[in-house]
Design a protein around this ligand. Sequence first.
Ligand SMILES: *Cc1c(COP(=O)(O)O)cnc(C)c1O
Length: 370
Amino acid sequence: MTKAPEQIRPEPRAGIMDIAAYVPGKSTAAAGVAKVHKLSSNENPLGASPHAIEAVKRLAEKMEYYPDGSAARLRQAIAATHGLNPANIMCSNGSDEILGLLAQSYLSPGDEAVFTEHGFMVYRIYIQAAGATPVVAREADEKADVDAIIAAVTPKTRIVFLANPNNPTGTYLPFEEVRRLHAALPKNVLLVLDAAYAEYVRRNDYEAGVELVAANENVVMTRTFSKIHGLGGIRIGWVYAPMHVIEVLERMRGPFNVNAAAIEAGVAAMEDRAHVDRTVAHNAEWAEWLSKEFNALGLRVTPSVGNFLLVHFPEDAKHSAAAADDYLGARGYILRGVTGYGFPNALRMTVGTEEANRGVVAALTEFLRS
Ligand SMILES: *Cc1c(COP(=O)(O)O)cnc(C)c1O
């Protein structure tokens, strides 16, 4: 097909315009609402550590200086807290960046990468952005199914992405299951364990993946400061990976991918264990309370180990998830619609402050009576 000269313009690589761009959780409520409670992006209702806030204020006086491109102090702080070798850690502009770099580094057109039915949506985007083919493994009971993932692996598979715990379901795989998955994967397939919510999990049979990374050449674990540390806005993620993967990612990342404020905030947050403990305790208390209250209202809640709940609504149109979303939004409670994740009649709610949690339950009580 030849084009007239006036129709010629720069064209992106094939496949890029097929990507459905990520739609973040809403952050505004209906006009005129007195107070907005944003419960749509799994942010920390207690905010960031006060030490992190101070560190960013101090950094504001020195913004003319480039950051340390290797984020050495931040890697040291992470390593000290988690008992890891800092050489096996790379930091990033949110863990999303790592997920994208892994896809760009290990996927070529024609390759396949696997993730699960209700898995985190960002995987599909990065797989497509690398020109590779997304392959979806079905879930069982809203939970990753190791046998289905193994069955989805073909000779073309290069990466398996597993969010553990998963967003938006909040379900997790016990570590024995993750081990079983790894044992069944060919050695040239990279297993990406996305442990964005690891700190919230209080289950004896859960592990984020440190040991599996340390003992193998084909496993990496990604983590984030956006969730438990309350630093979503400043963008810090990290990966723990074998040296050969670090050497690849170091070539692919931007030279200053973690900004100076992020480094300062991250070091302070990592060292503030008390803030992490407070957050975990708040979450455990209110996640349980919310689940019970929703169940008492007749709403099914997917069992969650994270800082959010997937709440399922009745079949009648008057009380659907979409109607509930409008009702809550009009009262300042912003939840997350999850139609794109295969749950057209559910909403995901981040565990909020006491005020927000009680407010949502009160509003839904009225809504269901209406
Ligand atoms: C929130 C989230 C992330 C990462 O977020 P960043 O802010 O980019 O670090 C990664 N994976 C899952 C499953 C998440 O829910």
